[in-house]
Ligand binder design. Sequence first.
Ligand SMILES: Nc1ncnc2c1ncn2[C@@H]1O[C@H](COP(=O)(O)OP(=O)(O)OP(=O)(O)O)[C@@H](O)[C@H]1O
Ligand SMILES: [Mg+2]
Length: 356
Amino acid sequence: MADQPLAWDDAVAALAGASGVVVLLGATDVGKTTLTLQAANEAARAGRRVAILDTDLGQSEIGPPGTLGVVRLEAPVATLGELKPRALAFVGATSPFGHLLPVVQGTRRLVCHAWERGDELVLVDTSGVVGGRLAEKLKLAKLAVLDPALIVVVQRDRECERLAALAAGVTDAPILRVQCPAEVRAKSPAYRRLRRSIRMRRHFEQARVLDLNAAQARVLDAWIYTGVALTARQLQTASQALGTPILHGETTPDGVFLCAEGRIDKRGFVTLQEEFGRKRVVVTPASLFGSLMVGLVGPGGQGVEIGLLQAVNFERAFFSILTPARSLAEVVQLQFGRLRVRPDGAEIAHLRPGDL
Ligand SMILES: Nc1ncnc2c1ncn2[C@@H]1O[C@H](COP(=O)(O)OP(=O)(O)OP(=O)(O)O)[C@@H](O)[C@H]1O
Ligand SMILES: [Mg+2]
């Protein structure tokens, strides 16, 4: 039998006085972020070293959408958005599905960051995806890498009891149940989209286009510059077969990849099978590389900044990237995201993991 849930004000006081990593779980629109902020403000007021780790990709409060972020509160704040993130982790999508590993990996890196900086309380805010087996696997993996001292479950009814029971399989942290207040309001999909676009636009306000040499940074999670380039003859064969210029192509351990300038004639795949044997052939339209969210990562996973890929110059092997970063000199890894978005925050497309 579950314990009686705590009322809101008691929960704020309990969280503000806790130590170590505290993870908040709950369905969408139950007040997780509000509780996190109120507890952090109270802890900051009491002079405690408190950090917030935001692992919500879509309704992210710290850093732009598609990233995880961590901040230290030096003093109480009205909104988390006014704080500059102390560190970011890149995922490049607004939903964790299809990106579970980077989410878990980023969560781990940022909680370690908070520990190294000596935060005594780390409040971890999470997304409201709690139902279904993927959500359960994600939440359990997060708990495993966070190794929390306390789990807080905010719920209206008993919708998180299954997750709370599963949590016992990965951690012996106690679970504090909190009653979702009646005043909490649901955020509509349009409102969520608007908030994402505002946060994205703000992030790119001071951005400019910088070039990154392909030889300088390893690409992660896309095929370009990861394999062996096709020969001019192979590109010509592919261009003729598909009826549009093939700007670039590579053979990687995952198959043969081609970047097409225009619409392709699918009948040409028969010719490609003759050319490339039984290998899987994937064609990526060049347009998919435009306005694509990318992560710029420094040595050891440090100094993460984000960018919007403007274009790939295949002739001279460099990327043009719109970014608020002042320099790309330290970038060692270029992580490809799956969100195509304009710098004003308007989302163009959410690509699937296999699209690039
Ligand atoms: N204790 C409260 N009293 C009144 N309103 C509240 C309270 N807590 C939250 N709200 C309001 O309810 C809405 C949802 O709250 P919040 O965004 O904190 O929920 P969430 O669980 O973090 O949602 P999400 O799943 O999107 O992350 C917000 O508009 C917030 O201002
Ligand atoms: Mg929230």
